[in-house]
Design a protein around this ligand. Structure first.
Ligand code: BGC
Length: 384
């Protein structure tokens, strides 16, 4: 090759490399896009954000309820499927549903009789689940329109949602400023960072209520999913699903998931707690120190090979196996959500903590900072 031509080729190659290198370093193919998702009956505009990483792992999140509308994860062969329940448009969500994908607050799970006392003051909340209060009441965080902005995260596209819950909302004291940040990382993780401050003493317990089916949403029941839960104990409940206060060892019960077991294996076992929950609808006391991010659970769907790990700083996690689903709701792609077609892993504090002095505190005071993190990480694996 003549020298001039060689210099030209080297220069061109250098130019091309320098153009490509930053894209690889920063993962420039990961991105966040926005589109309209509809209007609430009150006329508020609702948006849908889609976060995608360079591998095609993608989450769509709406400002209505901070709901995870879809989550696309690859199987063993690299084929993506949407692994969470949801609706195609806002109307679907407005018609009512059991908290598909939503941010739950102020208090995830139940508060007995909708009552608690804090610093000697008695508070009365909505009773929206029999005589109990569930998932923040009649109009909880799942129905709020959140303010959205792009957050600056090092490890992927990041959506910051914020909401100011007014003093007295649903009966709770204090103006509570809440920020929930969803980040989609290059490691196929959906990370959720929760942050809150208050101007009066209050109680809170934030979580996300996604219903997962790792074979793909609407693709049959979840009984064959193989679950491991990092918990030696759980909180048994009464007939209203309120904890009795006992921390019961899982040892020798159908609640023992310390070794991988299929969800369906013991879901109909002749066990009083299984009977009360109509299956699994129980709070697991996670091993390890609350406040540190540690493995809570691992779920493998054997046919697709999709594997989900849940990591959290929270002290506990509710396993709910879709026992109340009855096929009356039709979601994305015309999929019908039947009995046990999805499961939830709601990282949280224990249910009814405001009335249980022996449970870890859920009280937030002015000057304090509520801060928790949960990560749902997707990969693939073989049956253990
Ligand atoms: C609860 C279930 C409830 C479901 C939907 C779960 O977090 O534990 O008892 O039916 O949410 O509301």
């Amino acid at each position: 090759m003549p020298q001039k031509a060689l210099i030209f080729v080297v220069a061109l190659a250098t130019l091309l490399l320098s153009a490509c290198a930053p894209a690889q370093r920063t993962g420039a193919t990961s991105k966040m896009t926005q589109q309209p998702f509809g209007k609430t009956p009150a006329g508020e505009d609702v948006a849908l954000y889609t976060l995608t990483n360079s591998k095609g792992f993608a989450a769509a999140i709406t400002t209505f309820g901070g709901i995870v509308v879809s989550l696309k994860a690859p199987d063993r062969a690299g084929r993506a499927a949407d692994v969470v329940f949801g609706f195609e448009n806002l109307e679907g969500y407005l018609k009512g549903h059991p908290y598909f994908g939503a941010i739950i607050g102020r208090y995830g799970n139940r508060i007995a009789k909708g009552r608690f006392t804090l610093d000697g003051v008695a508070y009365k909340l909505a009773q929206n689940n029999g005589e109990n209060h569930l998932h923040g009441g009649i109009s909880g965080f799942d129905k709020a329109v959140w303010k959205a902005r792009e957050a600056a995260a090092q490890d992927g596209p990041s959506l910051e949602l914020s909401y100011l819950s007014q003093d007295g909302e649903e009966g709770y004291p204090g103006n509570l400023a809440v920020t929930v940040t969803y980040t989609l990382t290059e490691a196929n993780e959906l990370r959720i960072d929760y942050l809150a401050t208050t101007d009066q003493p209050t109680v809170l317990n934030l979580t996300n209520h996604s219903y997962f089916n790792l074979a793909g949403q609407g693709e049959g029941d979840i009984l064959g999913h193989v679950v491991t839960i990092n918990a030696d104990r759980f909180t048994p409940v009464d007939a209203g699903l309120i904890p009795t206060g006992e921390l019961r060892p899982v040892e020798g019960t159908p609640f023992d998931f310390r070794q991988p077991r299929a969800i369906g294996e013991r879901i109909s076992a002749p066990d009083e707690q299984i009977r009360l929950g109509l299956g699994y609808d129980h709070n697991y006391v996670l091993n390890g120190a609350a406040g540190t991010l540690r493995l809570a659970a691992r779920v493998l769907e054997p046919s697709s090979g999709r594997l989900m790990e849940v990591h959290t700083t929270e002290p506990a996690m509710q396993l709910y196996t879709g026992n109340f689903l009855d096929g009356t709701l039709t979601g994305k792609g015309g999929k019908v959500y039947r009995h046990r077609y999805g499961f939830c892993m709601e990282t949280q504090h224990y249910p009814d903590s405001p009335n249980q002095p022996g449970f870890p505190s859920v009280v937030l005071r002015p000057g304090g900072r509520y801060q928790t993190t949960t990560v749902y990480k997707f990969s693939t694996g073989e049956r253990p």
